[in-house]
Design a protein around this ligand. Structure first.
Ligand code: GLY
Ligand code: MN
Ligand code: MN
Length: 472
């Protein structure tokens, strides 16, 4: 497989996002936003987990060093606080940008040493009507801000003016991040492509091992190794979430991490994995026959899940609601459950009844879509906040009062991931026992409908068989 050239960074993109956030702050009554990046986490003793910056912070700065803060006010003035240069530490941890170079490199108006954070912060907060920060994300942040505000209040007789409100910055940033800008779309397309190439590699390798009679020692973790190999060789930092590689009955465990289960001919393997590329996630699921050929029962259920996904994808377009995709998929899945006898028609009636009573839940117990972006389960409200609540199914057989689902707009990215999971149970046809099938792609809402970012990995059963046979 050929190597993709690295994408260029775009230092203008964070600057444009900061300008948009300043405008949003003005529209919301003004104030100053305070945003720390993520802390470094100790794994044990003096060894750390791999560092990943906070998603909001990186979105607004493109800066990936730890111990950094962004302060941005509604006039559009940005101040970055970052670690000072330190030749001794840089021998161990690598180059630091340092405040002297940060302003020019990142396009912020000022850059200061984070070592003087407590000294600078009261000055940066003074004179604004409100302080905005992400509520409930950074442990201890509210207390620190309170302390800085105490200092501002103590200076009021010298002319300082203390903000009188604390407001949740995530409310603004979550909505901004829900609509991806052009630079983000470039990165998300790449995350989707690399993730898809990794799935292709997994299916090709598994098919090759099956053809050559070499499946015998192979286990789930061997397929995980193929995923990781492709992610890294294509420039991704690694997986965007723990890779799910589930052979046989393990596929009925929705988040089964790649483990030691053997790859057995005759069984299916479900792989739910995506890479993180420059801070953006791919999220793909493919389910394929370990031998390279679907059995009749496997193909029957696979075709139902694929038809459900096709119906959901057709529902994704501007003006529709995200939940329309779920409802479209659910109808196809429920019809399939009745047609195959997973649900007994004489007991459960028709599709409407199956949906009304949630009789489908033993076989389909998760949602069909979530937002995707920097975080695999990305930010953004799932409801239309400006509409009143309406009564709707709660998915458990009851009804609930909830705001209607979010209306789709171009630039939103959501997954489409229906599935069927069959655990042994009385009355459930044995030929389907232990089959777990999910098919997941990433869809960008476009003015005309949607664009799938992940279809470099085949999804049609014949195409999967051809790929595994070495013919693709
Ligand atoms: N990979 C987790 C999910 O599909 O939501
Ligand atoms: Mn997903
Ligand atoms: Mn997934």
């Amino acid at each position: 497989m050929s190597l993709l050239p690295p994408l260029a960074a775009d230092p203008e993109a964070p600057r444009q996002r900061r300008a948009r956030l300043a405008q949003t702050l003005r529209e919301a009554g003004g104030g100053v936003a305070v945003l720390p990046t993520a802390p470094q986490r100790v794994r044990n003793r003096d060894t750390h987990h791999p560092y990943r910056p906070d998603s909001h912070f990186h979105y607004l700065t493109g800066f990936d060093e730890p111990d950094a803060w962004l302060v941005l006010d509604s006039t559009g003035r940005s101040t970055l606080l970052c670690l000072p240069r330190d030749p001794e530490r840089e021998i161990w941890d690598g180059h630091r940008l340092g405040p002297e170079a940060a302003a020019a490199a990142l396009g912020v108006e000022a850059a200061l040493s984070v070592e003087d954070l407590d000294q600078h912060m009261p000055n940066l907060l003074s004179g604004h009507p409100a302080v905005w920060y992400p509520f409930g994300v950074h442990e201890g942040l509210a207390t620190r801000i309170e302390r800085w505000l105490d200092v501002v209040r103590a200076r009021e007789r010298q002319g300082a003016s203390c903000p009188t409100q604390c407001r949740d910055l995530s409310v603004l940033l979550d909505e901004m991040r829900l609509i991806k800008d052009a630079h983000e779309l470039q990165l998300m397309r790449r995350a989707g492509t690399i993730s898809a190439l990794a799935h292709v590699r997994v299916m090709e390798r598994c098919g090759q091992w099956a053809r050559e009679g070499r499946l015998e020692p192979c286990r789930e973790y061997h397929l995980e190794a193929e995923l990781l190999h492709e992610f890294r060789r294509q420039g991704a930092v690694g997986p965007a979430y723990p890779s799910i590689v589930a052979a046989g009955a393990n596929a009925c465990v929705l988040h089964h991490p790649a483990g030691e289960a053997a790859l057995k001919p005759g069984e299916l393997c479900l792989v739910d994995a995506g890479c993180e590329y420059r801070g953006y996630a791919g999220d793909i699921t493919r389910t394929f026959p370990i031998s390279g050929r679907f059995s009749a029962a496997q193909r029957e259920l696979y075709e139902i899940v694929l038809a459900a996904q096709t119906a959901a994808i057709a529902a994704l377009r501007p003006g529709a609601r995200l939940r329309d995709a779920h409802e479209a998929a659910l109808r196809v899945l429920c019809q399939g459950m009745l047609d195959t006898g997973l649900l007994d028609r004489s007991r459960h009636g028709d599709v409407d009844e199956v949906i009304g009573t949630a009789a489908y839940r033993p076989f389909y117990m998760h949602g069909t879509s979530h937002w995707l972006g920097r975080d695999v389960h990305d930010v953004g409200s799932y409801v239309q906040e400006d509409e009143p609540p309406i009564e709707q199914p709660d998915g458990m057989g009851g009804r609930v009062l909830r705001k209607p689902s979010r209306i789709l707009q171009p630039g939103m990215v959501a997954t489409v991931e229906p599935g069927l999971y069959v655990r042994p149970a009385p009355g459930v046809p044995e030929r389907y026992w232990h089959l777990g099938i999910r098919i997941e792609d990433d869809a960008l809402i476009t003015p005309a409908g949607c664009e799938l970012l992940t279809r470099d990995a085949p999804v049609q059963p014949d195409e999967i068989e051809a790929l595994m046979a070495g013919a693709a």
